[in-house]
Design a protein around this ligand. Structure first.
Ligand SMILES: Nc1ncnc2c1ncn2[C@@H]1O[C@H](COP(=O)(O)OP(=O)(O)OP(=O)(O)O)[C@@H](O)[C@H]1O
Ligand SMILES: [Mg+2]
Length: 238
């Protein structure tokens, strides 16, 4: 299996504050990988560094066979590395349709915008129903779905999701995760999911990583981590 994303010995942080402490992880093509950890463990920092929003101090990020370490975020996105930020960050005073169209911002995505729109609206009818509604008036779950669909409009090969379940009722968490699973199946995407919701994230992934204090503490198949007594005790309140 070839990897779509390989992260090696990655270090980064904010100014003088070090956060990532030599992270290594891999996502193979068509795979869903979860990175789970507590508040402040470094999950968002990891996604920001991989995606080029935050500068790596050391280490290497290889995406789709090319070294993209410290390539600016927009250039990485054009190559297919697309991030859905925490909370989705839709434009609340624009409609669902306008938000989706904005996802297709680079030339290749723009050229396929009509087909992409038809595809996401066909796969996720709720977005078609709400197409003319302001994004700010969607429910939390619908907003997250719209944010994922907007990312799909940018023609991703790898979707990176920052805590898509945050603040959602359990039933909406299931819907958002189902959506991600459906996209992986239908489009052969790969997914890197970061979550504090350890149980749900480990159940939906093939492999998982536990992140603590900016480093990878443990890795394994999702189902094995779910049964790991240390993981259960530290992260699942069992
Ligand atoms: N813009 C910033 N400037 C300075 N420090 C930051 C900044 N953003 C995050 N940090 C610090 O970096 C560390 C890692 O934060 P990060 O946001 O990556 O954690 P996280 O795992 O995403 O947490 P959460 O689950 O709460 O979102 C924390 O100690 C945090 O306080
Ligand atoms: Mg975070």
């Amino acid at each position: 299996m070839s990897s779509i994303l390989l992260v090696e010995d990655l270090f980064s942080g904010y100014g003088e504050l070090p956060v990532l402490d030599g992270v290594r992880l891999e996502v193979t093509r068509g795979e869903i990988v979860s990175v789970v950890g507590a508040n402040g463990a470094g999950k968002t920092t990891l996604l920001l560094t991989i995606s080029g929003h935050l500068r790596a101090h050391a280490g290497r990020v290889t995406f789709d066979g090319q070294d993209i370490t410290n390539v600016p975020a927009h250039a990485a996105a054009e190559r297919g590395l697309v991030m859905v930020p925490e909370g989705g960050r839709l434009f609340p005073f624009m409609t669902v349709l306008e938000n989706l169209e904005l996802g297709a911002y680079h030339p290749a995505a723009r050229a396929r915008m009509r087909e992409s729109l038809e595809e996401v609206m066909g796969m996720f009818p709720i977005l078609a129903e709400r197409r003319s509604q302001l994004a700010g008036r969607l429910s939390g779950g619908e907003r997250q779905m719209c944010a994922v669909a907007r990312a799909v409009m940018a023609l991703p090969k790898l979707l990176m999701l920052d805590e898509p379940s945050l603040g959602l009722a359990p039933i909406m968490v299931d819907k958002v995760f189902d959506m991600v699973g459906k996209l992986v199946k239908a489009k052969g995407l790969s997914v890197l999911l970061v979550e504090q919701n350890v149980g749900n994230a480990l159940r939906m992934c093939e492999r998982g990583y536990i992140i603590e204090h900016g480093g990878i503490l443990k890795t394994g198949r999702g189902e094995d981590l779910l049964r790991d007594p240390d993981v259960q005790r530290s992260y699942m309140g069992l």
